[in-house]
Design a binder for this molecule. Structure first.
Ligand code: F6P
Length: 330
């Protein structure tokens, strides 16, 4: 069987582990692999090279993606879809394994509806792909952000400061909630819940009146209604820092974690998830179960329709929000 592989959208930790696992699992069936570069753009432009066991050796621990990545959607470019179909034919591919977030997998769904034999694997530090609740890269990003928040806590304490830390999360607050809970943050600002600055100020002042001399507020970049996404006039974090500094009078510092959350080696849990995804994707190809997305739980791999990615991004569910509310001054 000849299989095309691509990684699209924002990179994250664990992509290489998934590529390695797929190639190794496929090799035991005698499969051949073609790696497309820079996501769907490589399929449209025919930018590809053979992927063998040799190229994928030693990748388990490495960050990023050896296939490179890009946010590119063939259906949005004139002739893009036709070029994909042509290059799949030209490379004599029997299947495509697409590793991506909601954008890349949305394009995969579009092409799968046209008959391309596609298996999807979900990855993103945002953890928000519809149809699954485990995305490669999320666990590593939570650990990275939690460690950063731990560090901000001790410097904040030493200076009696209000520390505002902005984490990624355009549409959802998974990363803010999970890293915030894991690191014991004092307050959260999330896309899921409107931020009430009066309430937030009161909560922080209450903490300080009760004896705390510092607080850490975790802000998802898509909080405040997403008003600051891609804005040249600051970010959600800078807005929160400005407002809280003014309203509380406390000395305040802002840290934007940015792409640090995406780079670097995957956690053990992401290595395991990515490896399970790679192996399961190959089994799925050999079972001819296409237009599917792998939905992984701790002990099971379920196949769900790839069309579920089109159902929209997956917000943080209420039970987890309740835990966050209970454990922070939110
Ligand atoms: O989709 C993942 C994500 O990390 C978002 O949380 C973030 O807004 C975006 O990617 C940043 O993308 P870029 O690399 O294009 O700046």
């Amino acid at each position: 069987v000849r299989i095309g592989l691509l990684t699209g959208g924002g990179d994250c930790a664990g992509l290489n582990a998934a590529i390695r696992a797929a190639v190794r699992a496929g090799s035991s069936y005698g499969d051949e692999f073609v790696g497309f570069h820079h996501g769907w753009r490589g399929v449209v432009e025919g930018d590809a090279s053979p992927l063998t066991l040799a190229e994928t050796k030693g990748l388990l621990q490495s960050g990023g993606t050896i296939l490179r990545t890009a946010g590119y959607h063939p259906q949005e470019h004139e002739g893009g879809v036709a070029a994909v179909l042509e290059n799949v034919e030209h490379n004599r591919l029997d299947a495509l394994i697409v590793i991506g977030g909601d954008g890349t997998l949305g394009s995969a769904n579009h092409l799968a509806q046209l008959g391309l034999p596609i298996v999807g694997i979900a990855k993103t530090i945002d953890n928000d792909v519809g149809g699954t609740n485990r995305c490669i890269g999320f666990d590593t990003a939570v650990a990275t952000a939690a460690e950063a928040i731990d560090r901000l806590q001790t410097t904040g304490e030493s200076h009696d400061r209000l520390m505002v830390v902005e984490v990624m999360g355009r549409n959802v607050g998974w990363l803010a909630v999970c890293s915030g809970i894991a690191a014991g943050a004092d307050a959260l600002c999330l896309p899921e819940v409107p931020t009430d600055f009066d309430e937030l100020t009161k909560a922080i002042k209450r903490r300080h009146d009760a004896g705390s001399s510092s607080s850490v507020v975790v802000v998802a970049e898509g909080a405040l209604g997403g008003a600051f996404l891609g804005s040249p006039d600051g970010s959600a974090g800078s807005m929160v820092a400005r407002e809280l500094a003014q309203r509380t009078g406390y000395e305040t510092r802002l840290t934007v974690l940015g792409h640090i959350q995406r780079g670097g080696p995957p956690s053990a849990s992401d290595r395991l998830l990515a490896t399970r995804c790679g192996v399961t994707a190959i089994e799925t190809v050999h079972d001819h179960k296409f237009a599917t997305l792998l939905s992984m739980s701790d002990d099971e791999a379920t196949l769900v329709p790839l069309s579920l990615v089109a159902s929209g991004t997956r917000p943080v569910p209420e039970p987890l929000l309740r835990v966050a509310r209970t454990m922070t001054a939110w």
